[in-house]
Design a protein. Structure first.
Length: 201
């Protein structure tokens, strides 16, 4: 049983942002070893020394490093291993509780390690990222792999105009919260096992 999850910290440790308390304005593209590429699964296919990752690979890898390898192993087809549009897969319903669009955009009840889901407003593309926290205006922030790199972005819920992550390019579908009884192995949780755990949280 997982009482405390470390998905966000594991993501930042792996992909280069070392502290979840780092101000978003200070976070640039994460670890220089990585670059965003749609479909990227951690290989250097371009021969440029950069390991390619996309949003679902970041989430899959972070779940594994946070002690949830059994779940990570079931994410084999990118975001569609968890959801297609508003429809969740059996993997998602087995290991996660679904939060609604209103839970993400209006409630301010998101918790660290919640996985936010989007679909493109113009294509069949989807996106997934890890909830990071709220900014001073109450906008939810997330850490993930985007075209701009591995970094923190903001979902603007204050503006009345459509913005990139809220209606303009992507529509928020909801979020996934890992269940308290989801398979967890503390021995493979890199944050739980780290002697520097305090500095990573």
């Amino acid at each position: 049983m997982s009482n405390t999850s470390h998905i966000l910290e594991a993501a930042m440790l792996k992909f280069g942002v070392q502290s979840s308390k780092t101000l978003p304005s200070d976070i640039t593209a994460a670890n220089a070893r990585y670059e965003y590429k749609y479909g990227g699964k951690g290989a250097d296919t371009n021969g440029n020394g950069k390991l390619e990752t996309d949003c679902s690979f970041l989430v899959k890898t972070s779940l594994e490093l946070a002690g949830h390898k059994e779940i990570a192993d079931k994410i084999k087809a990118g975001t569609t291993s968890l959801f297609t549009g508003k429809q969740l897969t059996d993997v998602a319903t087995t290991y996660f509780t679904k939060l609604t669009q209103d839970d993400v955009l209006k409630s301010r009840d998101l918790q660290k390690d919640d996985l936010i889901m989007w679909k493109s407003t113009t294509s069949d593309l989807q996106h997934i990222a890890v909830f990071y926290g709220y900014d001073g205006k109450g906008n939810p922030m997330f850490y993930g792999a985007q075209n701009s790199g591995m970094n923190v972005q903001t979902i603007d819920v204050v503006s009345k105009l459509p913005t990139t992550w809220n209606g303009k390019d992507f529509e928020v579908l909801g979020a996934l919260r890992i269940k308290s009884d989801a398979p967890y192995n503390a021995a493979t949780d890199v944050i739980a096992q780290s002697s520097n755990k305090a500095s990573l949280m």
